[in-house]
Design a protein around this ligand. Sequence first.
Ligand code: E4P
Length: 218
Amino acid sequence: MKFFIDTANISEIKEIEAWGILDGVTTNPSLIAKEKDVVFEEVIEEIASIVDGPISAEVTAEDAEGMIAEGRKLAAIHENVVVKVPMNEEGLKAIRVLEGEGIPTNCTLIFSENQALLALAAGASFISPFLGRLDDIGHDGMELVRGIVSIMDLYGYEAEVIAASIRHPLHVKKAAEAGAHIATVPYKVFHQMLKHPLTDKGIAQFNKDFEGTKRVNG
Ligand code: E4P
């Protein structure tokens, strides 16, 4: 499974990129708005200069024509930009046109297998089921990921599933088991995934035991 980071915060992106495990970035209008006094297009350009992989930038127009125009402009920022398009009638039309022009799209706000099927039929390169938001209303978000992945396997779709709206490390583990191609992970969850008390204890013990051991260069 590949890892994207789900943020528009440059220092978070730089920090996790330095771990050497990052394959891409997803942003959305709320994440962009959290970064005060920034220009959307400039943030996307800066992210693309840090991470060499797909960078999702979302359209905010509500009609297909507007989404397509916005998508073209976003795609012109950098060759790695993926245009994030919402799952609705207008979004489907926009996905078809943008993909036809060779502009990759990420169909976002997917909450059912049927929505995923429509996004796949429109030709989306990525589809994003939102786990956490389904869990929030008492549904099982992971069941949706499993369902989408098994349908895609059955028909040989080449799009990639991005497990999105991830809230904790268990979501990441379960998304991997469910066969999601990508998990888009918040900064905090990357740190939670990294830590284990036995690892920290083990490092401290090894270093303590090794103290005073002679080395070749001092
Ligand atoms: C995905 O691309 C979205 O940006 C994100 O995962 C939404 O997460 P949230 O439900 O925590 O806002």
